[in-house]
Design a protein around this ligand. Structure first.
Ligand SMILES: Cc1cc2nc3c(=O)[nH]c(=O)nc-3n(C[C@H](O)[C@H](O)[C@H](O)COP(=O)(O)OP(=O)(O)OC[C@H]3O[C@@H](n4cnc5c(N)ncnc54)[C@H](O)[C@@H]3O)c2cc1C
Length: 489
């Protein structure tokens, strides 16, 4: 039995991101991944939303993804395009990038951070006690860890072994999804009932083509075949366009379920292990990556004994409502893509409503993750929201706020008189930066807000406190989020 501080089950998007966050904080972490390599069967997620690109930017790795993807000015709600190019973020677009590339690039970062990945092995069981977890692996081995995080997808073995409930809705609709060559040029574009056909290579076009088709029945036994795909294409288009040589064929449904608790003692869940929903709006991978960024620094502080264990409860408190909202909006999007006349009328009505400025901004901010607001109580509108990536001047010269977050450490950004605060009781944990910013403070949906004198920014980029450095709430906020004050030696 080998000891690790944290074992992560699953090296998909969520597990990789979490491993990176923990490694940045110096935590001994290992990933156990069932797949023998990072290669993915099928393309799955097709893009990154603004907030996900922002969190990658906070770690200084956004450029790696931007250089391989294509920027689109709109996000889609039930296939209704919502333009976000006027949003106050440096990443006011959707980045089209297949999940297979996303995972490879992220795995490259994890490799640089020297996180070990045990491939071709599965977590098959667990037993937790007051001080740790025995993590049982396939191949008759085990790990002893302080914490186990299940990032092992929708059928999570960790969630099941921990006995965490997964309530929600059974599927009402099934879609076939495939990548396939076609002898004839297919009809490219979205279908009225959802799905459609598009080239896998979005830049050069041509085959193979990605196909998504709504199926007539929900329940199926066995995997779909090329024959099934040809038949479904013929029903939808009157021809199968000479489909042949599929790279892969699969199915997905609109099942919507969410873990009743994201934490049970020393076992935590993130990503699809914590929430599954249909892909409308393209939010699954994005939500998982953002779960990881919320959990990483909290788990690191608890493992390091800088913070008490109950800091981990804020992970569920903050991320469960975010997941619930994603489930809710995907359910609505599935209903809106019903092809019958009444639902089409509803879809037309929504299209008209979302053509108006305020509804467009609200829905687009929801899909892109820019409106996420953790409930940290009453106060300045920034409290609990993401910190905007402002250009600032510091003693080291011009920079921007997200560059200050690269090492995943909290920052107390002082925009008032320099040198007005004694950070020494938290100096080993929190970086005090004196800075100037001349421009406006603008938030998505809310618009311009009053410039605060100082801001306490958590490693995930969310604002934990704003105010004047003399505010007695500041030491309380520092202690709540980053542990008790220590006496400088
Ligand atoms: C058709 C389709 C389209 C999609 N489109 C989008 C989109 O446009 N945008 C978007 O954001 N999301 C989209 N998604 C959702 C997205 O693919 C998932 O939300 C995302 O992959 C979740 O990442 P994850 O790391 O949480 O889980 P997963 O990607 O499922 O990764 C889990 C990992 O755990 C491993 N594993 C499983 N069990 C074990 C075990 N017991 N032990 C060890 N390892 C294990 C698996 O091999 C896998 O690597 C789509 C999904 C589908 C099916």
């Amino acid at each position: 039995m080998t000891d690790h501080a944290v074992v992560i089950a699953g090296g998909g998007p969520t597990g990789l991101m979490l491993a990176g966050e923990l490694a940045l904080a110096g935590i001994d972490v290992v990933i156990v991944e069932r797949r023998p390599s990072q290669d993915l069967d099928g393309s799955r997620a097709g893009g990154l939303h603004s907030r996900t690109i922002e969190v990658l930017d906070q770690r200084g790795i956004a450029e790696r993804f931007l250089s391989e993807g294509q920027k689109h000015p709109s996000v889609g709600y039930a296939y209704i395009p919502l333009n976000i190019s006027d949003f106050p973020t440096r990443h006011n677009y959707l980045l089209a990038l297949w999940q297979s590339r996303f995972e490879h690039i992220l795995a490259g970062w994890i490799d640089e951070l020297r996180v070990p990945i045990l491939r071709g092995r599965e977590v098959v069981g667990l037993a937790q006690d007051d001080v740790g977890v025995d993590v049982e692996l396939s191949g008759d081995t085990s790990f002893r860890a302080q914490y186990l995080v299940g990032c092992d997808g929708g059928r999570s073995a960790v969630r099941q072994a921990a006995g965490i409930d997964f309530p929600g809705l059974d599927p009402s609709t099934s879609w076939m999804i495939a990548e396939v060559e076609m002898d004839e040029q297919p009809e490219i574009g979205v279908r009225p009932e959802g799905g459609g056909i598009g080239p896998v290579n979005r830049v050069d076009g041509g085959g193979p083509f990605g196909v998504v088709l709504k199926e007539r029945q929900v329940d199926h036994t066995g995997k779909p075949t090329l024959q099934d795909l040809s038949a479904a294409l013929t029903v939808a288009y009157g021809t199968d366009f000479g489909a042949h040589s599929p790279t892969w064929i699969s199915r997905f449904t609109d099942m919507s379920r969410q873990a009743a608790s994201y934490r049970q003692g020393r076992v935590l869940l993130g990503g699809d292990a914590a929430h599954v929903h249909p892909p409308q709006g393209g939010q699954g991978l994005n939500t998982g990556v953002q779960d990881a960024v919320n959990l990483g620094w909290k788990l690191a502080q608890v493992v390091d004994k800088r913070s008490p264990e109950d800091l981990l409860d804020t992970y569920h408190a903050e991320r469960h409502p975010v997941g619930a909202r994603v489930l809710h909006n995907t359910m609505a999007q599935v209903a809106l893509s019903n092809p019958d006349d009444r639902h089409r009328a509803l879809h037309d009505t929504m299209t008209e409503l979302l053509g108006m400025d305020e509804p467009r901004r609200r829905f687009a901010a929801m899909l892109s993750g820019l409106d996420i607001h953790y409930d940290l109580g009453e106060g300045h509108p920034l409290l609990g929201r993401r910190m905007p990536d402002l250009d600032v001047h510091t003693a080291d010269g011009p920079t921007r706020v997200y560059s200050l977050l690269r090492s995943a450490r909290p920052v107390l950004l002082n925009l008032g008189e320099p040198g007005g605060y004694d950070i020494s009781p938290w100096a080993s944990r929190v970086r005090l930066v004196d800075a100037e910013h001349d421009g406006p403070w603008e938030l998505p949906v809310l618009g311009e807000v009053a410039a605060p004198r100082a801001v306490l920014i958590r490693p995930d980029g969310h604002v934990a406190w704003t105010g004047d450095l003399t505010d007695p709430e500041l030491p309380r906020a520092l202690a709540t989020w980053f542990g008790a004050a220590t006496v400088a030696r």
